[in-house]
Design a protein around this ligand. Structure first.
Ligand SMILES: *Cc1c(COP(=O)(O)O)cnc(C)c1O
Length: 362
């Protein structure tokens, strides 16, 4: 690959488009003739104001975000949103439904318990989170202040294949590991949040997309920096925003728009996932724990027949020019995260390696 880059299957932070990195590099010492880099300029300057406006405009265009939604750039990662969501939204009946489909949704539910009553509307714990629930399995409370889901389960490698119907109860979704991977109907959600480091930008930026009617009902204990209303009204500039990350976000939006938008991302992502799952399904050496219909196209988790072979696989994959194929410590095994910037060739290269490894170790 160009610049001697390797195929990086990291679950996050993850690959960024080479074009974006080149553009950032070329502007590092003197951003568009203003005599300094984006890292050095005042966030209140005209130049920077233009960058943050363009980042939001780009994101709105890419995701087709309706006008009655605010876009907020925050910090603290998706993990801080586990607290921000209840502080901002659990204030009518002081209870919320959480659907637990993996690690992060479990963490979100646990954090929310600090702020009100959490009802676990479904959990996949007893089946090792091997699938997403069907609509009729959800025990939803019509009086809940909201329903929380994690749309793509980064660690387990599962993904919702439908948007659950929550009636009049607002639907809140953690989209950290699947945002921008394919078109999604934003209007079906009351609130979407996502840490940027998987598909949007470097770590340090969190994107929040919130329907306007949910604002203004925040719990009085809420730290100012967690208050969606204050941050939305300040245009994400209540204090110094993560300037550099927002700048890279703008460049990534430009790249997505230039390369065919989310429809094209979806085509490429489906193709990559198909190549990889096809290899897994046709093999009696590799297994994947996630049921068909619930499989993530971003994080593909799999195993060889033994932990020893998993470890050997990781070691040899590094020697072959790939990295970060070891799964999360909580699941063990292997995982290939194939976000937007992993090229089809990267997946083809991985599959060729897998076939060779299978033949040598069967
Ligand atoms: C990575 C991830 C998180 C945690 O994100 P941080 O930005 O590290 O807090 C939460 N939810 C999902 C779905 C993730 O993939």
């Amino acid at each position: 690959m160009e610049y001697n880059r390797i195929f990086n299957f990291s679950a996050g932070p993850s690959m960024l488009p080479v074009e974006v990195l080149e553009s950032a590099r070329d502007n590092t010492l003197n951003y568009e003739g203003c005599g300094m880099s984006v890292m050095e300029m005042s966030h209140r300057s005209k130049v920077y104001d233009n960058i943050i406006q363009e980042a939001e405009k780009g994101l709105r265009k890419v995701m087709d975000i309706p006008d009655n939604y605010k876009v907020i750039f925050m910090q603290g990662g998706a993990t801080l949103q586990f607290a921000c969501v209840p502080m901002n939204l659990m204030n009518k009946n002081h209870k919320a439904d959480y659907i637990v489909t993996g690690s992060f949704s479990g963490k979100a539910a646990k954090e929310a318990e600090k702020y009100g009553k959490v009802n676990i509307a479904w959990t996949g714990k007893s089946i090792n989170f091997s699938r997403i629930p069907r609509q009729e399995e959800l025990k939803l409370d019509p009086e809940a202040d909201y329903v929380h889901i994690c749309f793509n389960n980064t660690i387990y490698g599962s993904c919702w294949d439908y948007i659950p119907d929550t009636g009049n109860v607002p639907l809140v979704a953690d989209l950290s590991s699947c945002i921008l991977s394919r078109p999604i109907d934003v209007s079906k959600f009351a609130l979407i949040y996502a840490g940027a480091q998987k598909n949007v930008a470097p770590a340090g930026l969190t994107i929040v997309i919130v329907r306007e009617d949910l604002l203004g009902n925040v719990s009085p204990i809420t730290p100012t920096m967690c208050d969606y209303t204050i941050n939305a009204e300040a245009g994400s500039m209540h204090n110094t925003p993560p300037c550099w990350c927002i700048y890279i976000c703008k460049l990534v939006m430009d790249w997505i728009l230039k390369t065919g938008g989310l429809k094209e991302r979806e085509q490429v992502n489906l193709r990559k996932a198909e190549i990889l799952y096809d290899c897994l399904d046709k093999s009696d050496f590799y297994t994947t724990a996630i049921e068909k219909g619930s499989r993530s196209i971003m994080n593909v988790r799999f195993n060889t027949p033994s932990e020893e072979l998993d470890a050997k696989f990781v070691k040899e994959s590094v020697a072959a020019g790939m990295t970060n194929l070891k799964a999360h410590r909580s699941t063990g095994g292997l995982r290939a995260s194939i976000y937007n910037c992993m090229p089809v060739e990267g997946v083809e290269y991985l599959v060729a390696f897998m076939k060779k490894f299978e033949a040598e170790n069967k």
